[in-house]
Design a protein around this ligand. Structure first.
Ligand SMILES: Nc1ncnc2c1ncn2[C@@H]1O[C@H](COP(=O)(O)OP(=O)(O)OP(=O)(O)O)[C@@H](O)[C@H]1O
Length: 563
């Protein structure tokens, strides 16, 4: 049996003083890990109620140093003795302290939201006050993962057109309090941010990028950064077998779109202040990215949903209804569901190794995920496989042919407020795999049952017509390829005339027979080809995030024994 780890040695206090907080004497201690304060005037008792906020145990408050945003000397108003007004006479010497400093720190509130809280501590003299400010600043300066200079892109037209206001009112003040300097670019057209990143931006000047917008804007920035990194390293994106170079800069997402799925899945909420605070504390969440190719031509990158059939058709239809606003997604969803189209094709995939779990193991990816920490060993296996032949003849690839209502691949859970567990509840952010979900032709009623399970706790994969695989690569070939010749179609069992008439039939609203092919919905963009090759690149990008925190993070007393 393993021996229990030896108890941690107590952290030596760097500074410890009796300071005044709201007219009460508190013992305030700074170690390299925590700032704590404890009311020494009352007998300690365990706090009840909220489990959130600075860690509270036995009347003490603990703020991890890594969650302190800033510290500054506080300008105190001198008591005005000339005005003749009644003034409370201090009964405690600590109350008359006029030198104070204010510490801003992260406070957790329900639903994974973070807030910026403050505590103001009063000192007997200015020297002590400055000593405290300096000691805390010294500890903060050791946190080298924190960004100092950021390049911010704002999409002023994302979501409800509030990107600029959200940034100016909620985010910029937090960055300024944390002494982060910024260069801000308000985009003037679609792909402005992508093109700027690809060619012009002097990336060496920055510690990270910030995207103010929705998933479409994030995708733009991700494309710009990945393309730039590959170009600077001489890597050809068009080659589907290239090993891509991981991007050095982290991306922070300030949610300001109509869909903020990537932010929700990596932070746990779509709240601009929470995202800004994750940037300030210098969080880092690696993320897998899928590259998508058609015949050795690069098409796009994807981090969330790649969907053919149902989700492709919903997007194609909703794009025609842009004028309707966000309601178009619901209307197109109902219309596509009623049309009940299925598509024929062949899926070939390279399964992931068993050590990364399975899509149905109910092991959700959370902050500090053990499976995502494995990739170094796992990538090796991946490389070994790649160095051999990766054709269908090497035995590792599996091939499935059939008629599908939907083919979905997800690199992350795709959780969102509407579907809290997401399309692929057990998919991991950074394990080098995607969950491939195949929904075979079934009745409308069965498909509805499957779709409804995305919104409740039932297992959406527990149907005989649904298969799900954890994969590293896959290819899809529709039965009738984009450029199929008449001869091929005839050989496949239909003449040119038959195809012509079947096309008319399909365009009839009552028709439910199969179309030649659907389109791929790639993170909200339509791909121009149905036949694609997809490969997951393990931890290609990094976000200013830490994954969704377990509720226990709020409860754990952060090894208080070590204080
Ligand atoms: N200045 C701009 N003018 C027009 N389009 C822009 C501008 N800046 C960015 N875009 C584009 O707007 C699209 C949508 O932006 P974003 O994702 O921020 O908002 P959204 O409301 O979530 O989007 P969607 O309409 O896709 O749900 C992005 O694809 C982006 O390329």
């Amino acid at each position: 049996m393993d021996k229990p780890p030896p108890p941690k040695p107590p952290l030596l206090p760097l500074l410890c003083s009796q300071l005044s907080l709201q007219h009460r004497v508190n013992e305030v201690t700074l170690t390299s890990a925590f700032l704590s304060w404890r009311d020494v005037e009352t007998r300690p008792k365990r706090t009840s109620g909220s489990i959130y906020g600075p860690l509270k145990a036995a009347g003490s408050h603990y703020v991890p140093v890594c969650e302190i945003i800033s510290v500054q000397e506080t300008e105190e108003d001198c008591p005005n003795t000339d005005v003749g007004k009644w003034q409370k006479v201090p009964h405690n010497p600590a109350e008359s302290n006029q030198h104070a400093f204010t510490v801003s720190y992260v406070e957790r509130t329900p639903k994974h939201r973070w807030r910026c809280s403050e505590v103001t501590l009063h000192c007997t003299d200015r020297t002590l006050c400055l000593q405290w400010v300096q000691a805390i600043r010294e500890q903060l300066s050791l946190l080298t993962i924190r960004p100092k200079r950021l390049l911010v892109y704002i999409n002023p037209y994302g979501g409800k057109h509030r990107g600029k206001r959200i940034y100016e009112q909620k985010v910029a003040p937090i960055f300024s309090r944390a002494s982060i300097s910024t260069d801000v670019i308000v985009t003037e057209r679609a792909n402005h941010a992508r093109d700027h990143l690809k060619t012009e931006a002097d990336l060496k000047k920055y510690d990270g990028l910030v995207c103010v917008g929705g998933d479409g804007m994030f995708s733009e920035i991700m494309h710009g950064l990945i393309s730039r990194t590959q170009r600077d390293s001489g890597v050809d994106q068009d080659r589907s077998d290239e090993t891509l170079i991981p991007c050095g800069l982290r991306i922070g997402i300030i949610p300001a779109g109509s869909t903020d799925c990537v932010c929700y899945a990596t932070v746990g909420s779509n709240d601009p202040v929470t995202s800004a605070l994750h940037i300030v504390v210098g969080d880092s969440q690696p993320m897998d990215v899928c590259s998508i190719h058609h015949n050795n031509t690069f098409l796009r990158y994807s981090v969330s949903l790649l969907g053919y059939g149902f989700y492709g058709d919903v997007l194609t239809d909703s794009e025609r209804k842009r004028w309707m606003g966000p309601a178009r997604y619901d209307i197109s969803g109902v219309k596509t569901f009623l049309s009940h189209r299925y598509y024929e094709g062949t899926i070939s995939f390279l399964p992931a190794d068993e050590n990364v779990g399975t899509p149905r193991d109910k092991l959700q990816c959370r902050a500090g995920c053990n499976i995502c920490r494995l990739p170094t060993a796992d990538k090796q296996v991946y490389k070994d496989k790649e160095s051999g032949s990766d054709t269908e003849t090497d035995g590792a690839w599996q091939v499935i042919r059939g008629k599908f209502l939907a083919i979905n691949a997800a690199c992350m859970s795709c959780a969102c407020p509407r579907s809290p567990k997401g399309l692929a509840p057990s998919a991991h952010l950074a394990d080098g795999t995607a969950d491939l979900i195949l929904v075979r032709k079934c009745t409308r009623f069965d498909f509805l049952r499957h779709l409804l399970r995305h919104t409740n706790k039932d297992d959406q994969f527990d149907h005989p017509f649904v298969e799900v695989y954890r994969v590293r690569q896959f290819r899809f070939t529709p039965r009738y390829e984009d450029g199929d010749s008449e001869l091929e179609l005839r050989e496949a069992g239909g003449s040119g005339h038959a195809r012509f008439f079947s096309q008319i039939c399909r365009e009839h609203p009552a028709c439910t027979c199969s179309l030649a092919h659907s389109s791929w919905n790639c993170d909200g963009e339509i791909l121009p080809h149905a036949a694609i090759q997809v490969r997951v690149h393990c931890q290609l990008i990094k976000l200013f995030a830490r994954g969704i925190e377990e509720q226990s993070v709020f409860e754990e007393p952060y090894a208080l024994g070590a204080m």
